[in-house]
Design a protein around this ligand. Structure first.
Ligand SMILES: [Zn+2]
Length: 180
């Protein structure tokens, strides 16, 4: 995985770009939830599930199908005031889908572990992106609080935080120019 901080950062940057003005705590809470929820599969280790298994780490919960499923549930339960298939409903669905799917894409840019089962349950092959500059983050807090944890944060700062910050700045500038 990439660290949970980086997953959450992408959710916040996408959210700020997605809608101007104040957004509810519920929105932000669910956005961060969706960005890190795919790593629920690490509990599979404790249950003896193999990394390469359908339910293993970076398996089904990191797939695009799961992102769609989770976003449908989140919009349905978290925003019942939005009428199904209305413009706002589709907008929320697209946002929560992107946030959840972004998790797998960040993981697929890391230099370790197995790839991401993007197309599960239809194809359980594991994929990486052709470009993998991000140092893989160790699983578990004790492992994270070591020299390699610092190395991970430096690499994520360079390859995730800076580019996301830059893209976010550009998007905001574009929005401001357009609204003039
Ligand atoms: Zn992950």
């Amino acid at each position: 995985m990439a660290s949970e901080f980086s997953h959450a950062l992408v959710a916040v940057a996408l959210g700020r770009t997605y809608a101007e003005g104040a957004l509810s705590r519920r929105f932000w809470g669910l956005a961060i939830f969706c960005s890190i929820f795919p790593d629920v599969d690490v509990f599979g280790y404790a249950l003896g599930i193999d990394y390469g298994h359908f339910w293993g780490h970076r398996g089904f919960t990191h797939s695009l199908s799961f992102a769609l499923l989770l976003s449908l549930i989140v919009v349905r339960c978290g925003f019942p005031e939005f009428v199904k298939s209305s413009r706002g409903w589709w907008g929320l669905l697209a946002y929560f889908f992107l946030v959840t799917a972004s998790h797998g894409f960040l993981d697929a840019m890391t230099d370790g572990g197995l790839g991401v089962a993007f197309f599960a349950p239809f194809d359980e092959s594991r994929y990486f992106l052709p470009w993998r500059p991000v140092k893989v983050s160790p699983i578990g807090l004790p492992e994270f609080l070591t020299a390699s944890g610092v190395e991970v944060l430096v690499s994520e700062f360079q390859w995730i935080w800076l580019p996301v910050g830059l893209l976010f700045g550009l998007a905001r500038m574009y929005q401001r120019l357009r609204s003039r």
